[in-house]
Design a protein around this ligand. Structure first.
Ligand SMILES: *Cc1c(COP(=O)(O)O)cnc(C)c1O
Length: 233
């Protein structure tokens, strides 16, 4: 099984160990497998091993893979930049969109969610380090965007997602995770019923879990190095 099985067990034990050392129930942390740049066959192998949630960041690539895998009840998460001319397909083909960062996209996803589908699960992507040119709503504007989401019938706000500034030492991302976690608590205290704090990737999932992550998004450590680096967010 070309190493996938071993990698999955390893990531699962990292999740368990991270939960244990921060006194959390492993049931609280969901693993999202990020399959961008990897073939449908790898997704199928992981699915057969019990991994049912997958994230993709490019629409065209995702649609082809979804067609190849449409015999499997996969839960698909869109985690890439959302261009407003792509919202119709995203609203129709995904269960979750974790990368919503502006009202226009919210409006379109809500109105384009096909009739009869459950509301589209969304997370607001937060630019937690306020980096110029980086996707995501700025922390101070997140509450207002959450309020706009609440008014829309076609979307259901589940939480926040962030990709902190790249740090070679994952410990140096801790402050960003702490800030995202605080913002999440602030929204909950304001009456938003959120259950998803999506933070942590291959390199820093332990730190993210110790700061309250409920969903880690793992690509490289599950599926191996991607063929190109051009997809880094
Ligand atoms: C690619 C990607 C990941 C996975 O990153 P790895 O370092 O390969 O685990 C997680 N989240 C987002 C939004 C991504 O684009």
């Amino acid at each position: 099984m070309n190493g996938i099985s071993g990698r999955l067990s390893k990531v699962r034990s990292r999740l368990r160990a991270a939960c244990e050392s921060s006194g959390r129930d492993p049931e609280e942390v969901t693993l999202l497998a990020v399959s961008k740049m990897h073939p449908a066959a790898s997704v199928r192998s992981l699915f057969e091993l019990g991994q049912e949630k997958f994230g993709e960041n490019r629409l065209q690539e995702a649609l082809v893979k979804q067609d190849e895998l449409d015999d499997l009840p996969i839960e698909w998460h869109f985690i890439g930049p959302v261009q407003s001319n792509k919202t119709r397909d995203i609203a129709a083909r995904f269960d979750w969109v974790q990368s919503v960062d502006r009202n226009k996209v919210l409006q379109r996803l809500s109105s384009q969610r096909p009739p009869g589908f459950p509301a589209l699960n969304i997370c607001l992507q937060v630019n937690i380090d306020s980096e110029p040119q980086k996707a995501g709503v700025l922390p101070h504007a997140a509450m207002a965007l959450a309020e706009q989401a609440r008014a829309l019938p076609g979307v259901r706000l589940r939480g926040l997602m962030s990709i902190p500034r790249f740090e070679p030492d994952p410990e140096r991302s801790r402050a960003s995770f702490v800030r995202l976690s605080a913002l999440f608590q602030q929204l909950c205290a304001a009456g938003f019923e959120l259950d998803t704090l999506s933070m942590g990737m291959s390199a820093d999932l332990e730190v993210a879990i110790s700061e309250g992550s409920t969903m880690v998004r793992v690509g490289t450590d599950l599926l191996g190095q991607r063929p190109s680096k051009s997809d880094t967010p």
